[in-house]
Design a protein around this ligand. Structure first.
Ligand SMILES: [Zn+2]
Length: 70
């Protein structure tokens, strides 16, 4: 039996980056401080799950821009 919740080839819209103003301290060692390309506010870039390629996503936006865009 094989469980495949998602394929790495699936497109998944935008990667959501939590805003630093909402989460001042990183919740994970891999989080990297960056800025949202849409609004320029500081947010956290999270490492992609294993097997996922950044090219499979439309882009990366902070949580608020993601909500506005979708
Ligand atoms: Zn933004």
């Amino acid at each position: 039996m094989s469980i495949t919740p998602r394929k790495a080839s699936d497109r998944d819209g935008y990667l959501m980056m939590p805003l630093v103003k909402n989460i001042p301290e990183p919740k994970h060692l891999g989080w990297r401080r960056t800025t949202c390309p849409a609004c320029g506010r500081e947010c956290w870039e999270r490492p992609l799950p294993e097997g996922f390629d950044r090219a499979a996503f439309d882009g990366m936006l902070c949580t608020e821009c993601t909500l506005r865009t979708v």
